[in-house]
Write a protein that binds this ligand. Structure first.
Ligand code: GLC
Length: 479
């Protein structure tokens, strides 16, 4: 079974967010489990190879907008388990992301590369990911290729509306595009919707989110289309690959000393050791951030994109405003919406000993924060899966999260974390207070929760097996 995994980001070459984490971890596990998998992505100007060897394997031409475009194919082996990666280079459409044409062109180039056998890899399945690969299922049908398509939705909020002209640029009859009745005037093509309609199977990154997107509340205009696909929409929870979190260099201050080999019994037997490590880390981080170095002040972190629509910045901000900050410490790491950055910066300015904000994407600091905080707050309005709760729990940091999407599927309320039901700052504050109370007044129960968080299994194995089962069904013609 040959699977081509098409995606727009893959670290260490190029990374923007959680999708990149999946693009690295899932193929790495699948190849270990016997799937013949390769990844294809654009070769942007920003792509970096570092020490990794890349090879130019071919140049070909792809017709887009009636013109012949030169595409160069490069190949490299990914440092994690050596899965092959193909990079498609074109100086007009793929150097930097251009709104209208980058994704359709990328999709067309993939199809042409397969048709010409330029990759020397003929897939049985193309595993598409998000809007960036939304035109692939229709292109496969148009070309009548014997290839099945699976589309994974990592975030329904990014749909990619482009002009309908894109269809003719791709050489597809304009009538083939499914323009929503109310968008006829603007003649907009919705790239993600095209993917959903034409893919043989659609998956999303948690079972709860798979159910949620069928509803008006979470469907962002596509719930009816998704309901029409019922029976072919599945939710498979992401995992985390923690190999790279275990490489501690001796110079590093925070060092939780965990190993993926740690067995639950081992953790149980050494819980006091883990707890003391956590305490030490917390002290170091408090010092580094200029906070009072006290263990009984709760240290809570927020790590994530500053996306005002998704990440719950409004209710978090309001909750922090309501607190008597002298008795709380918050560390906020993330960048994005500048208005929200400015609002959080206000806390930083007036309460520098209690609120630290860093508006950059700093992976190193993020790890120190996961390893050292007592709690991680994830107030997302919606969350397809979310990875930070898993990472934080791996280091014994207790999540306080909104009862939504993948957060429900990965956090057991009152067992290894806390979930708040209503998307309001009161509801968040209520559960936050419950959590810090437990830590201060019932240390025994709190430590049992840390133990449960430390031993939760978020490895990719189970999810990878579910993808393989779907791939097999696709190949046997069940879908
Ligand atoms: C998107 C989603 C996030 C998910 C990630 C990987 O970033 O917002 O919830 O964990 O994709 O699937």
């Amino acid at each position: 079974m040959k699977v081509l995994f098409a995606v727009w980001e893959l670290p260490p070459f190029f990374k923007v967010g959680g999708l990149g984490d999946v693009a690295r971890a899932l193929p790495a596990d699948l190849i270990m489990m016997g799937v013949d998998i390769a990844v294809v992505m654009p070769f942007y100007k920003a792509v970096r190879f570092g020490e990794i060897n890349k090879k130019h394997i071919r140049t070909f031409h792809c017709i887009y907008n009636g013109k012949e475009e030169k595409v160069d194919i490069y190949k490299a082996l990914h440092p994690l388990n050596n899965f092959p990666c193909f990079f498609l280079k074109n100086s007009i459409y793929l150097d930097v992301v251009i709104d209208q044409d980058t994704w359709p062109f990328f999709n067309k180039a993939i199809i042409e590369a397969i048709k010409g056998n330029f990759l020397s890899f003929t897939p049985d399945i193309i595993h598409c990911n998000d809007v960036h690969t939304g035109m692939l299922p229709l292109l496969i049908k148009e070309e009548k290729l014997p290839i099945k398509s699976l589309l994974t939705i990592h975030n329904l909020a990014h749909q990619g509306r482009v002009s309908k002209d894109v269809l003719s640029k791709l050489g597809i009859n304009q009538e083939k595009g499914s323009i929503l009745a109310w968008e006829r005037e603007t003649k907009q093509l919705n790239l993600l919707m095209e993917g959903i309609i034409h893919a043989d199977v659609v998956t999303t990154v948690s079972p709860t989110y798979a159910r949620e997107i069928m509803t008006e509340e979470y469907g962002i205009g596509l719930d009816e289309i998704l309901r029409g696909k019922e029976g072919r929409v599945f939710g498979i929870l992401n995992g985390i690959n923690i190999t790279r979190y275990l490489k501690h260099d001796s110079g590093k201050k925070c060092d939780f000393v965990r190993s993926r080999m740690d067995h639950p019994d081992q953790i149980a037997a050494n819980l006091s050791y883990y707890l003391s490590k956590k305490k030490e880390n917390k002290k170091l981080l408090q010092k580094k951030l200029g906070f009072e170095e006290k263990d009984d002040i709760p240290l809570t972190c927020f790590v994530g994109r500053f996306d005002a629509f998704q990440k719950g910045l409004d209710i978090l901000h309001r909750m922090i405003r309501n607190l008597d900050l002298e008795n709380h410490q918050f560390v906020i790491l993330g960048s994005g919406n500048v208005d929200w950055e400015a609002r959080f910066e206000w806390f930083n300015k007036f309460y520098p000993q209690n609120v630290y904000c860093n508006f950059t994407f700093n992976e190193g600091l993020a790890h120190e924060i996961y390893e050292s905080s007592d709690f991680i707050v994830i107030p997302s309005k919606f969350e397809p899966c979310g990875l930070i709760q898993m990472l934080a729990m791996f280091f014994g940091t207790i999540p306080i999260a909104h009862h939504t999407g993948g957060l429900i599927d990965s956090i057991k309320n009152n067992h290894n974390g806390f979930l708040f039901e209503k998307y309001t700052s009161e509801s968040l504050e209520h559960v936050y207070r419950k959590a810090i109370d437990l830590r201060l007044h019932d240390r025994k129960t709190y430590d049992v929760m840390i133990m449960a968080a430390l031993t939760a299994d978020f490895s990719w194995k189970k999810s990878a097996a579910e993808y393989i089962a779907l791939y097999e069904k696709l190949c046997s013609g069940e879908y």
